[in-house]
Design a protein around this ligand. Structure first.
Ligand code: B12
Ligand code: SF4
Ligand code: SF4
Length: 316
C-alpha cells in the first residue's frame, strides 16, 4: 500500500503536500502575536524563527505532509445535559496519542518507499502553523472562524503533519476556494466577541482558552456566556453551515454533581487518558462552578497537581 492508501486505511480524510517554506499565513500570525492576542500562552511567541522556517524542525526536511483526521460530530453530554467540546470525546484516548501512533505507521511507509530517509510526526506539538500548511497543501480552506474546513466534511477534524527528508514529488497544489462568501454566522454566534473580525481570534476572550488553557479561574461574567459547556467551545463550528446536519449528542459523561464530587483518583481513572486531562479536575470543577454562576477557587487551581497545562511546551 502506498502512503495515501495507507493514510485512508488508517481513517485520515485528506492528505496534502507542501515544501518546508514560510507558511502561507506567517505574517498574520506575527501580527497576532505582536498584538498580544495569544493571552497567557507565552509559548506561542517562542521559536518564531522555526514557525517562519519549519525546515529547522527536522534537519534535512524536504516535504511536509498535512493530514486531516475526523472526530465524532456527536456532542458529549452529561446525564443532566451539560457538555464538553466534541474534540474531547471522553470515549477516546487523547488525540495526540492516537494520531501519533497512526503517524508513526505512515512514517514507516515513507521509510520503505524512500529508504534512508527520516520522518518526524507532529500533532499540535511543535511550533508549526498547522492550519496554514493544511490550507497551503490544498486539503481545505480556512473559514472566518479560523477553522480548517474540508468541503463536504466540515471542520470537525484534527490536523497532523509528517516532516520528512524524503523528496516526495507531487503535482502543483490547487488551493481550495473559500466557501465563506458573505456569511458571518460564526462571528455573530461567538458569545464572547473572541472572533473580533474574520480570521482574527482573540484567544484571551475565547472560551476554549478560558476553560482549558488559562491558569486562573473564570469570572462570573464570562461564566454566563458559557451556556452548558464546561470544557472547550464548539459554538463557532456549530454555527457553520459546513457542519450542518451534525448536531447530534450522546450521553458519555456522569452527571455534573458526580464530576464536582470526584476525587483526583476517580478523575484519573475515568478521564486520565482523555483530552479532558489537559485541563485537570480542579480546572473543570472551576469551569462548572463558573457556568453555574459561582466564582472559581483560584488558589486551589494554581496548585492542582493533575493539571497539565501549566507547563505546556512545544518540542523543537
Ligand atoms: C493556540 C491554539 C489554540 C488557541 C488559539 C486559537 C487560534 N485560533 O489561534 C485556543 C486555545 C483558543 C484554541 C482553540 C481551539 N482549537 Co486550537 N490550536 C492552537 C494551536 C496550538 C496553534 C494555533 C495558532 O498558531 N494560532 C495562531 C493563529 C493566528 O493562527 P491560526 O489559528 O493558524 O490561524 C491562521 C488563520 O487565521 C490565517 N489567516 C489570517 N488571516 C487570514 C486571512 C485569510 C483570508 C485567510 C484565508 C486566513 C487567514 O492565518 C493564521 C496563521 O496561520 C493549533 C495547533 C498548531 N500548532 O497549529 C491548535 C488547533 C488550531 N486547534 C484546534 C482545535 C480543534 C481547536 C478548537 C476547535 C478546540 C475546541 N473545540 O475548544 C478551538 C477553536 C477556536 C477557534 N475558532 O480557532 C485544531 C484545529 C483543526 C481545524 N479544523 O482547524 C488545531 C490545528 C490542533 C490540531 N492539531 O488539530 N486553539
Ligand atoms: S471557540 Fe467559542 S469563544 Fe472561541 S471563537 Fe469560537 S465561538 Fe468564540
Ligand atoms: S460560519 Fe460562515 S463565515 Fe464562518 S466559517 Fe462557516 S461559512 Fe465561513
Amino acid at each position: 500500500m502506498n502512503l495515501i492508501e495507507q493514510a485512508k486505511d488508517l481513517g485520515f480524510l485528506a492528505v496534502g503536500f507542501s515544501r518546508p517554506h514560510t507558511p502561507l499565513f506567517y505574517e498574520p500570525f506575527r501580527a497576532w502575536i505582536a498584538a498580544g492576542k495569544h493571552g497567557d500562552m507565552s509559548w506561542m511567541a517562542n521559536h518564531q524563527e522555526l514557525r517562519e522556517n519549519p525546515a529547522g524542525l527536522h534537519k534535512g526536511c524536504r516535504t511536509i505532509i498535512s493530514l486531516a483526521f475526523p472526530y465524532s460530530p456527536e456532542k458529549p453530554l452529561t446525564s443532566d445535559g451539560f457538555s464538553v467540546s466534541r474534540y474531547a470525546d471522553p470515549r477516546e484516548t487523547d488525540y495526540h496519542d492516537r494520531l501519533r501512533k497512526k503517524g508513526k505507521i505512515l512514517a514507516g511507509v515513507i521509510g520503505q518507499e524512500y529508504p534512508g530517509t527520516r520522518s518526524r510526526v507532529c500533532v499540535d506539538s511543535a511550533p508549526l502553523l498547522e492550519r496554514s500548511f493544511a490550507c497551503g497543501s490544498g486539503i481545505g480552506f480556512i473559514g472566518k472562524n479560523n477553522m480548517l474546513i474540508i468541503p463536504g466534511h466540515g471542520s470537525y477534524l484534527f490536523l497532523m503533519e509528517i516532516l520528512t527528508t524524503a523528496l516526495i514529488c507531487f503535482p502543483d497544489v490547487e488551493s481550495v476556494k473559500s466557501l465563506c462568501g458573505e456569511c458571518t454566522r460564526c462571528l455573530d454566534a461567538c458569545p464572547t466577541g473572541a472572533l473580533e473580525a474574520p480570521y482574527r481570534v482573540n484567544a484571551s476572550k475565547c472560551l476554549s482558552y478560558l476553560t482549558i488553557e488559562k491558569k486562573d479561574g473564570i469570572h462570573r461574567e464570562t461564566g454566563r456566556k458559557m451556556g452548558r459547556c464546561f470544557f472547550g467551545c464548539d459554538i463557532c463550528q456549530e454555527a457553520c453551515p459546513h457542519n450542518r446536519g451534525k448536531e447530534s449528542a450522546v450521553v458519555t459523561l456522569p452527571a455534573k454533581d458526580a464530576i464536582l464530587n470526584m476525587q483526583a483518583e476517580d478523575f484519573d481513572e475515568a478521564f486520565g487518558k482523555t483530552a479532558l486531562a489537559r485541563a485537570g479536575l480542579e480546572k473543570i470543577k472551576g469551569n462548572i462552578a463558573a457556568l453555574m454562576g459561582n466564582q472559581t477557587n483560584h488558589a486551589k487551581l494554581a496548585t492542582d497537581p493533575h493539571r497539565q497545562t501549566q507547563t505546556r511546551t512545544e518540542k523543537i
